[in-house]
Design a binder for this molecule. Structure first.
Ligand SMILES: [Zn+2]
Length: 314
């Protein structure tokens, strides 16, 4: 009896430790701080995601990252699973990222996705307030750390590579490695094996030297401020039907749940950059696009602000 109670408590506390959601008021992104104190968006804290705008600093020393093993087909097998918050591809050892201003070598652990709904976009980071349909995160852990909990105590313990995903009519054949397996992980807790493939085949073929860099946090609880973010400028393109597989055919509930809930809008809200510097790589193009634009006078900015506040009251 006692053991049953102890076991039950252990199970319940385990469930509570991962109890967060995106779309219900009692557990959505604004409520995360109630259960996970480090998710509270306090002033001067380094939270993610952020909006990327023209307030960036060019850093000529930021060249392309070295993606070791990404163009090879690894041995063994990988695992794709639905954890109720995303679809995660756990990759084996053999891949790492370094260079490009990263302070160390980071071993690649997993990649996962954030998306919106059938008619809404769902990237986590935004560019000029524009949200892309999806965002992919490749999570890498500093190789000196024995495990994730140690890495989360290090302000640069993780290096996450973020890729925006945009939509075109043609299927992305390489993305098929993942999309063809999605039906096997439609429900929370489902897991399937995936044959290793070249991770590089998922990524944009060109312009990998164009990216943004800032220091931030995990975008899921416990929101640890331990992430060196690299956000690539050029998106990955997939088809409408490949996107729809995520927005309509993945569920946050288990297969035998009485009420089935689609997993949608699994992105955290935008946080201020405060005093943080957002860098653009040597080859990044965002700043050059605005180089010739004349500065507005203070008067016209005031007019725009007043007009904006008027419009927002409509
Ligand atoms: Zn993520």
């Amino acid at each position: 009896m006692i053991w049953t109670a102890v076991l039950l408590m252990a199970v319940v506390s385990h469930v509570n430790s991962v109890d967060y959601c995106y779309n219900e008021p009692h557990c959505d992104t604004y409520a995360w701080g109630d259960k996970f104190p480090s998710c509270h968006p306090l002033l001067e804290e380094h939270h993610s995601p952020i909006n990327l705008d023209h307030q960036m600093t060019r850093n000529e020393s930021l060249g392309p990252l070295h993606l070791e093993g990404f163009d090879e087909i690894q041995t063994g097998h990988w695992t794709l699973y639905n954890d109720g918050h995303s679809v995660v591809l756990q990759v084996g050892s053999g891949m790492s990222v370094s260079g490009g201003g990263l302070p160390d070598v980071y071993h690649t652990m997993q990649l996962h996705f954030h998306w919106g709904g059938p008619a809404t976009n769902g990237s986590e980071h935004t560019v000029d307030r524009r949200r892309y349909p999806m965002e992919m995160h490749i999570v890498n852990m500093k190789s000196i750390h024995p495990n994730l909990s140690v890495a989360l105590d290090d302000p640069t313990g993780l290096a996450v590579l973020g890729f925006f995903i945009d939509v075109v009519y043609a299927d992305n054949v390489n993305f098929g490695h993942i999309s063809q397996k999605l039906s096997s992980v439609a429900y929370n807790g489902q897991i399937t094996k995936v044959k290793p493939f070249s991770l590089m085949s998922l990524l944009p073929k060109h312009n990998m030297s164009q990216y943004y860099r800032y220091y931030g946090s995990l975008t899921t609880p416990p929101c640890s401020q331990a992430v060196v973010w690299t956000l690539y400028e050029v998106p990955i393109y997939i088809s409408w039907s490949q996107l729809a597989q995520f927005t309509s055919q993945i569920f946050s509930t288990e297969e035998d749940a009485e009420q089935v809930t689609p997993l949608q809008n699994n992105f955290r809200h935008i946080h201020p950059t405060f005093s943080r510097i957002v860098s653009v790589s040597k080859d990044g193009r965002l700043l050059t696009g605005t180089a010739g634009r004349p500065l507005r006078s203070a008067v016209s900015v005031l007019q725009i602000v007043l007009l904006g506040s008027f419009v927002s009251k409509l």
